[in-house]
Design a protein around this ligand. Structure first.
Ligand SMILES: CC(=O)SCCNC(=O)CCNC(=O)[C@H](O)C(C)(C)COP(=O)(O)OP(=O)(O)OC[C@H]1O[C@@H](n2cnc3c(N)ncnc32)[C@H](O)[C@@H]1OP(=O)(O)O
Ligand SMILES: CC(=O)C(=O)O
Length: 526
């Protein structure tokens, strides 16, 4: 089985993505996580770029990494200078990392237009810089920037740059599709040619960007052509459209290409690592991301749900457990009875396919969704419908009525007050409360009315509130859908409300969220 090393550049190229700004502590935490996961090389940053990256390497030097080698990144020396006088090379050595990766130009256009130097001087810059770092005892990787574009324009010069790097003692040469525009067949043919000119065991890598939407494909085809190092980032972070996504590359290598870059046990942590990095980077996770996204193994269509229940291979390219993900089946207007049976089973209700209640539930869901409800994100509203069809009610209270007053006088702050009348068993309760806006005031009034009778309510709170206008063209007469997420600290559940009135829609979602929460708590207590 061939060996492929994974080189993670989330902390360097990943931090070049719009919206990402890691603190030193973020970087250390991510490096530790990647090391624990089993990544071979972690590029921590560019010490010649900013004080934060210098601080990262200062801290990283004091940490014992178990699996990974830390790499410091930078460029070849500046044109017309000497390596021992080059600030960037000096800072790379001071970073104290066992590996130094430098990028150099392989494309004549870049040499002439970006560096504004001669082709010969660029070759000297590559030669000098690598020799200088090697003489300091470092492992040196050479990133041949724009190699594929360079090769297409001037094959001999592009090849010369890597020949110079090789002869100067580079320990690995990485061919970069820096602009992300190469196609898989171009990568295959160019990569194979270069590979054939180097000794078989020499480490030759691939570094691709996703501007053509095929960075992962371009990386995998390079492996097919003999690449034994892949550079990429977690969640595909990176300059412009991002880098090759390691969350796709690693499972494709292990599960489909038989390349044991990580063990199957390590692979089971893939989702955890991906989400940890999103969380640390303060990035919203991409639910649709292959392998690791929340929707990667989510089945919505009735035909899919039915077949999945008969055999998951029918609509899944790999088993979700292998990457630490989970299968989900949604209930929506696209559902058939299989979706209902699966979801019912998940909440402990086993129904038979020929049960007429299943059909009436599907009809009700399709009817409600055509009105504007959406049950994908409202698991509790679905379960309440299910329980109702089974004759189980959640009658913790009945609304007699509510009134919400919003008052604004001159420059004074807006005052919002909600009054609510409820029947709770034999009791009639009438309360009022203020809040920061109408929904908050209603929530406060409802809690005030219920808390003495249902003290469990103290542990339940709203965690998210989303409003969506459904038919915008109707302006202020549009229908509104409100989705509420509620939590008791360990579980979270979603409810939905729809009305032409935002307060009524909110009330509906709020009422269900509280009733469902009380029902859960009562179940737990019994
Ligand atoms: C493909 C990649 O992703 S490469 C990595 C790109 N990442 C980054 O640029 C992020 C970090 N960068 C930085 O912090 C800054 O750009 C620095 C500190 C590196 C350089 O800053 P400055 O000195 O102000 O230069 P500037 O940002 O304008 O970059 C242009 C300079 O880099 C030089 N340069 C570009 N590539 C190379 C190279 N491979 N080798 C040597 N010099 C290079 C250019 O010749 C130019 O030098 P000049 O200004 O003396 O003509
Ligand atoms: C080196 C690098 O980041 C690139 O060529 O894209």
């Amino acid at each position: 089985m061939s060996q492929v090393k994974i080189y993670d550049t989330t902390l360097r190229d990943g931090s070049q993505m719009e919206g990402i700004n890691f603190s030193v502590q973020d970087k250390i935490q991510i490096a530790l996580k990647l090391d624990e996961f089993g990544i071979h090389y972690i590029e921590g940053g560019w010490p010649g770029s900013n004080p934060k990256d210098i601080a990262f390497f200062e801290k990283a030097q004091k940490i014992s990494f178990h699996n990974a080698k830390i790499c410091a990144f930078g460029s070849t020396r500046k044109a017309e200078t000497k390596p021992d006088q080059d600030k960037n090379l000096r800072l790379l050595l001071e970073a104290g990392s066992p590996v130094i990766t430098i990028f150099g130009k392989s494309w004549t256009l870049h040499v002439k237009r970006a560096l504004r130097t001669t082709l010969d001087e660029n070759l000297k810059m590559i030669d000098d810089s690598i020799s200088f770092l090697k003489s300091a005892g470092k492992t040196v990787f050479f990133d041949a920037e724009h190699f594929f574009d360079g090769y297409k324009q001037d094959q001999d010069y592009a090849l010369k740059t890597i020949e110079v790097a090789y002869n100067a003692g580079a320990d690995a040469i990485i061919l970069c599709d820096t602009n992300g525009g190469a196609l898989p067949h171009e990568i295959a043919s160019i990569f194979s040619k270069v590979k054939s000119q180097l000794t078989e065991s020499f480490e030759i890598g691939i570094h691709t960007h996703n501007d053509g939407g095929i960075a992962v494909a371009n990386s995998l085809i390079a492996v097919d052509c003999g690449a034994n190092q892949i550079q990429g980032t977690f969640n595909g972070y990176g300059e412009r459209c991002g880098n090759a996504n390691l969350c796709s590359i690693i499972p494709n290598l292990v599960l489909k290409m038989g390349i044991s870059c990580l063990s199957e046990e390590q692979l089971k942590k893939l989702v955890e690592v991906s989400r940890f990095i999103d969380e640390t980077a303060n990035m919203r996770p991409n639910h649709y991301q292959p392998f690791v996204g929340k929707s990667a193994f989510t089945h919505k269509g009735g035909i899919h749900a039915s077949a999945i229940m008969r055999d998951p291979l029918t609509y899944e390219h790999v088993i979700p457990d292998l990457v630490g993900n989970q299968r989900r089946i949604l209930v929506s207007e696209q559902a058939g009875k299989s979706n209902i049976l699966y979801r019912a089973h998940e909440v402990g209700v086993d129904l038979q396919p020929d049960d007429s209640r299943v059909t009436s539930l599907i009809d009700k869901i399709k009817e409600s969704e055509s009105y504007g409800y959406q049950y994908e994100g409202a698991d509790a509203s679905f379960e309440m419908m299910l329980r109702e069809v089974l004759g189980e009610t959640m009658n913790f209270f009945t609304l007699q009525g509510f009134r919400v007053i919003v008052e604004k006088r001159g420059d004074e702050e807006v005052i919002t007050e909600a009054t609510i009348k409820l029947n709770v068993g034999d009791h009639f309760v009438h309360t009022a409360a203020e809040g920061d806006g109408p929904v908050h005031a209603l929530d406060n009034a409802l809690r005030k009315a219920l808390e003495s009778l249902y003290p469990q309510l103290k542990r339940i709170r709203l965690s998210d509130y989303k409003v969506r206008v459904l038919n915008e063209k109707d302006g202020t007469a549009a229908k509104i859908r409100v989705l509420i997420q509620t939590t008791d600290g360990s579980h979270t559940w979603g409810t939905v409300g729809v009305s032409t009135d935002v307060i009524e829609a909110s009330w509906e979602a709020l009422e269900d969220s509280v009733k469902y929460g009380l029902w859960q708590k009562t179940k737990e207590e019994n």
